[in-house]
Design a protein. Structure first.
Length: 576
């Protein structure tokens, strides 16, 4: 916690208080004390309840919400990606890029790598990418050499988009052993050459930082610097700060979580440095992105025992609950576990890919049933769902219904799939960003028939399933995600996938980031504004329940409070 919880009562007034419990109408004010909400209601009543000399926060017509709950943000992971990099996300042109890298080179020992973020809006790069530079392309090695000839330099490509592009300077090409003798294409990596047959430093194809199994690119990636474990506490702080800026106060870090990541959150908790409430779940298979690693039964048993030993459901700030099994991957690189063949990034028909054999899922299911560990199954397609239901078939449905298991991602879900999960009382965490960022690609690679099943949020509600949403690959703006649940827009084409009948009402969409998200996490006292709940508050410049859907993405978070303490201050309000 960055600052102590105020000892005096705090009166918040001057706007609308949306409780987000799905029942209570908007209130006029609320009172906080000792990290809890003690009262809410009419302004005059709350002034009286606040007592003598409270801290007074006049929100000046803004709207007060419960702190938002993000059930799949990868907050630590995404922060770690950029923590040590030169940030080129908003670079304007090659001169701007050179200036930024030159500044880093002046502070970096000679010979050390300088890694840069991609240009544009991570991670889909739909609205802005390197193509929006003034030069309409990444700088080649000659331009990057102007930034430094004494440091190897790389402008990265981040997953999930494939094909993608990276750029190296001359020193980097030499360090990696790439030269004129390297073929123009090795596996699915395309090596650009100029008119003199010399390497330009630009490589295309399966060159992303993860979710690529291209043999040649994996050899190159293996020569690049890796982040030390010391990065994780730093990334945890940065990731939570970003969440607070977005109005988020509770997060679920449940996918690709390694013991070192969980230890970092525990370190931050011990140092009272958490600015979000955090729940974690351990990934079942170690080295999730290492295609050369396959866990043994002993590896999996050790992992399952570890997650059981870490379980903590009572801490007010940091909890651990469950194991996550992810057997397949995304469509962009051709990894989607699909029943029929679909197009790869390069036009060939592929059948997808399974990272883990089915016995891993079966063993994890059996352990969770025997030991009471919560199962997170990451399943994206009908084939994934079929496999999972086969794995649980020997267990009594009545026993599974007691467990509150979670289905993650849930990108393609048919009516029959939703019915089966509902029969097991499973919860869902997904992202309308998958629909926005990859909808056009799904139609192109698989076919237009898939549109009806892409992140069908209303289908879940129709079956009584509790759904919490997450930002994952983006957009990172929660209020844009809420708008997408209403508009069902594909980001690239701008197509609104409304005819399939999966659009939500505004209220339904907001509950997936508040009350219902808290229910998915089984975390009482967050996600709604109610007497006795944690004083986790988000103050925004408009009422997201009533504003025009086109205005929702422009919502500004004026302040975020956790446990009654300000963790994000946009500067528009006075806290005194």
């Amino acid at each position: 916690m960055p600052t102590p919880t105020p000892a005096r009562r705090t009166l918040i007034f001057g706007g609308r208080v949306q409780t987000c419990d799905g029942v209570t109408t908007a209130q006029q004010a609320l009172v906080l004390e000792a990290g809890r909400i003690v009262a809410l209601g009419e302004r005059d009543d709350m002034v009286a309840a606040a007592g003598h000399d409270p801290i007074r926060i006049d929100v000046q017509g803004a709207t007060v919400l419960p702190g938002l709950v993000d059930t799949h943000p990868h907050a630590m992971h995404f922060a770690a990606l950029g923590a040590a990099c030169v940030d080129l996300s908003d670079a304007r042109n090659h001169d701007d890029i050179v200036a930024r890298i030159s500044a880093r080179a002046a502070q970096t020992p000679k010979g050390e790598w300088i890694m840069c973020t991609p240009v544009g809006e991570a991670h889909y790069f739909t609205r802005r990418s390197y193509r929006d530079l003034e030069e309409r392309q990444l700088p080649d090695r000659h331009v990057l050499d102007c930034a430094s000839s004494e440091h190897p330099i790389m402008i990265q490509a981040w997953a999930p988009r494939i094909p993608n592009v990276v750029a190296f300077n001359t020193a980097a090409l030499q360090r990696l052993g790439l030269s004129w003798v390297t073929p123009r294409r090795v596996c699915d990596v395309f090596i650009e050459r100029d008119g003199r047959n010399e390497l330009t430093g630009i490589l295309y194809g399966s060159v992303t930082n993860y979710y690529t199994h291209d043999p040649f690119w994996l050899q190159i990636w293996g020569k690049l610097p890796t982040a030390p474990d010391a990065i994780w506490p730093v990334a945890g702080r940065l990731g939570m700060n970003e969440m607070n800026r977005l109005g988020v106060t509770t997060i679920y870090e449940s996918h690709v979580m390694e013991p070192s990541h969980i230890s970092a959150y525990r370190e931050l908790r011990a140092g009272q440095a958490l600015t979000c409430r955090v729940k974690t779940s351990l990934e079942a298979a170690p080295q999730a992105f290492n295609p050369h690693f396959m866990p043994t039964e002993a590896d999996l048993r050790a992992r399952l025992a570890l997650t059981a030993s870490l379980t903590d459901l009572n801490d007010a700030w940091l909890r651990h609950d469950g194991i996550t099994v992810a057997r397949s991957g995304p469509c962009w690189p051709g990894f989607l576990n699909w029943h029929e063949p679909f197009k790869s990034p390069y036009g060939e028909l592929v059948h997808g890919y399974e990272f883990l054999p089915k016995w891993v899922e079966e063993m994890a299911v059996d352990y969770c049933m025997d030991e009471g560990v919560r199962m997170n199954i990451l399943a994206a397609t009908g084939k994934d769902h079929d496999n999972f239901f086969h794995s649980v078939a020997k267990h009594a449905a009545a026993e599974i219904r007691k467990r509150g298991w979670i289905l993650q991602h849930a990108i393609f879900v048919s009516e029959a799939d939703a019915r089966r999960y509902a029969a097991l009382d499973m919860c869902v965490t997904t992202s309308k960003g998958f629909h926005w960022g990859k909808g056009d690609m799904y139609v192109e690679r698989i076919g237009p028939h898939v549109k009806q099943d892409i992140v069908p949020l209303k289908r879940w509600l129709d079956h009584g399933v509790t759904v919490g949403c997450g930002t994952d690959w983006g957009p990172r703006n929660v209020f844009e995600q809420i708008a997408l649940a209403e508009t069902c827009e594909f980001g690239g084409s701008g197509y609104h996938n409304l005819e399939v009948g999966q659009a939500l009402t505004r209220g339904q969409a907001i509950l997936m980031w508040t009350r219902d998200a808290a229910r998915v996490l089984d975390w009482h006292g967050v996600g709604t504004i109610a007497s006795g709940n944690h004083a986790d508050i988000t103050i925004v410049d408009r009422d997201p329940f009533t504003c025009d859907v086109q205005d929702l993405p422009s919502t500004q978070v004026l302040a975020t409070m956790v446990d009654g303490a300000v963790v994000h201050d946009g500067g528009a309000l006075k806290f005194a």
